[in-house]
Design a binder for this molecule. Structure first.
Ligand SMILES: Cc1cc2nc3c(=O)[nH]c(=O)nc-3n(C[C@H](O)[C@H](O)[C@H](O)COP(=O)(O)OP(=O)(O)OC[C@H]3O[C@@H](n4cnc5c(N)ncnc54)[C@H](O)[C@@H]3O)c2cc1C
Length: 510
């Protein structure tokens, strides 16, 4: 049986949304994995009168296309089984191909429909990657909306030879018309921007000024927006992506009052909560300049501009780069930052994890279950992770821990082949033969775009007072981009609320 009861229960309510008949065109003639795909397609078809399947020849086996009966091919293809995080992508494709309108803005739909060039996308994914579905779903929507666009999701585990030949070492990784297009999380808006399809900025520019404009859509931004909107003042939220860093993690056990949740689920509930209020959300736009004229004016990469009486900056943080030779060259070629996403691509291989804090040690424990051997490299004389994590790490047979070591270089020909570190006591250099390097050495705040607009610490964190106010009147900051002592979800949400109340107070007094 391909579908267990839990998956069937998950799928059943969505079958109601299928608007017209859909056919799954399956090519499955290459042994073991093919049986699984055939069985999957058969069982899906058995669940609804509106779904049928037929055997065809396709470029990859096993794979299947999701097409509307009596219409041109949709261009949506799944190569390998869309299980794990990709099951939702499959369900959404089923419903959207049948004719249901995707839940994206009308302006974006029009922009996608206007594309006249032929764009054949392929996205390589792993089923444990929680960043992959965003890209798969965005490209599927583009394929459904525009006959010039097609999209194939390739599950790396089922197409190991192709993945090796194309040197895919991080997921999601997208190819366009056979050439590399890009890796990492991308929304439809970001894909369009990368394609050079310009955004209509006049619509954004015409928006009335806000009382409070929140920049950032993570926990701090969500809390700030909700607190502002609840005061009944005009609130906007401008964000690059919705959810923030929590999208990078799975198990979360320290949101007080919620024993356990998962990053993507928590991010979705944050946004559902924001959408309960009249918050004007502008997503997939990056702020790149803030100036005070008569009002505060926030400019975006796209050239669009918004005005507001107060601004709350909640742009969070991102993985810190180590800055050694080879890091830039081998990004997506063996250097990775997300163990959940890219771990499966290093099955049986020897890898290094740089960073002996909680995130590095957690990653090393996780990766030790997949990789051949893991070397943890820590700059300080001792690991910095919690004792319980260190104990677990030390119990693993295929892990070596190297402390007091400074990474010097990551090298290879076309992909990572070695890492060189120096023993900080003896200065002796050691080269490890590794095929992958995970860099987990902490975070850097997303505040470079502010330059000298507000005072920042030497590592770039925005300096705030106890009301969340920055050095520029009317500008507040919250969460991981601020100089708060600790960086955690509840702390970010608390500081988002503080900044919002601080901004409200400022508005009353000014
Ligand atoms: C792997 C991992 C696991 C974690 N696990 C936990 C945990 O278990 N428990 C816990 O409490 N904390 C955890 N954390 C920390 C927690 O996720 C952060 O403290 C929290 O997300 C910070 O929230 P934030 O809103 O300040 O920033 P972020 O979550 O970083 O959100 C920033 C937002 O700003 C947007 N943005 C950035 N730059 C711009 C720009 N120029 N213009 C427009 N928008 C922009 C981003 O797209 C994003 O929406 C974890 C972090 C990571 C990376």
């Amino acid at each position: 049986m391909a579908l267990d009861q839990e998956i069937k229960a998950q799928l059943t309510p969505y079958l109601e949304y299928i608007e017209s008949n859909v056919v799954l065109r399956v090519c499955a003639n290459s042994g073991g994995a093919s049986e699984g795909v055939l069985e999957f397609v058969r069982e899906i078809a058995e669940m609804s009168d509106k779904i049928s399947y037929e055997n065809v020849e396709m470029e990859r086996s096993p794979s299947f296309a999701v097409d509307k009966v009596g219409a041109e091919p949709s261009g949506v293809v799944f190569a390998g089984l869309p299980y794990g995080h990709e099951f939702t992508s499959f369900v959404m494709a089923l419903v959207q191909v049948s004719g249901r309108k995707p839940k994206i803005e009308d302006g974006l739909i029009a922009q996608i429909k206007n594309i006249s060039r032929t764009l054949n996308f392929t996205t390589y994914v792993s089923l444990t990657c929680h960043n992959c579905p965003e890209v798969v779903q965005a490209l599927n929507i583009m394929a459904v909306l525009n006959p010039n666009i097609s999209h194939t999701m390739v599950e790396g585990g089922s197409f190991k030879e192709e993945v090796e030949a194309k040197q895919i070492m991080s997921v999601p990784f997208v190819h366009l018309n056979g050439e590399e297009f890009g890796g990492g999380r991308m929304t439809a808006e970001q894909i369009l921007a990368k394609l050079g399809e310009s955004v209509d900025t006049s619509e954004i520019n015409s928006r009335a000024p806000y009382d409070v404009l929140v920049v950032g859509g993570g926990p701090a931004g969500a809390a700030a927006a909700i607190y502002a909107a609840r005061k009944g003042i005009r609130t906007g939220m401008l964000t690059d992506s919705l959810g923030g860093q929590v999208l990078e993690t799975m198990g979360i056990e320290n949101i007080i009052g919620t024993k356990y949740t998962e990053g993507p689920k928590f991010a979705a509930s944050l946004m559902d909560h924001v959408k309960e209020y009249p918050v004007d959300i502008i997503s997939s736009q990056r702020a790149n300049k803030l100036v005070r004229n008569e009002m505060l004016e926030l400019t975006m990469d796209s050239g669009a501009m918004l005005r507001s009486k107060t601004v709350i900056i909640a742009t969070g943080a991102r993985w810190r780069a180590i800055g050694v030779k080879g890091e830039k060259e081998f990004k997506n070629r063996g250097i990775a930052y997300c163990p959940h996403c890219d771990g499966p691509l290093f099955a049986g291989k020897d890898i290094a994890v740089i960073g002996g804090g909680n995130s590095g040690v957690e990653a090393a424990i996780d990766l030790a279950g997949i990789a051949g051997h893991v070397t943890v490299i820590e700059f300080m004389p001792e690991l910095r992770a919690d004792t319980i994590l260190q104990k677990r790490l030390r119990s693993l047979e295929n892990v070596t821990i190297v402390t007091n070591a400074q990474t010097k270089e990551i090298a290879g020909s076309s992909k990572v082949e070695s890492l060189t570190y120096a023993d900080r006591t003896t200065e002796k250099e050691v080269t490890l033969q590794v095929q992958g390097v995970f860099i987990l050495i902490g975070l850097t705040p997303n505040t470079e775009w502010l330059a000298d607009t507000v005072k920042r610490t030497k590592v770039g964190e925005i300096i705030v007072d106890k009301h969340g106010a920055s050095s520029l009147p009317g500008v507040f900051a919250a969460g991981d981009c601020s100089d708060s002592a600790y960086k955690q979800i509840v702390i970010s949400m608390g500081s988002g609320a503080t900044a919002s109340l601080g901004a409200f107070d400022y508005l009353i007094r000014n």
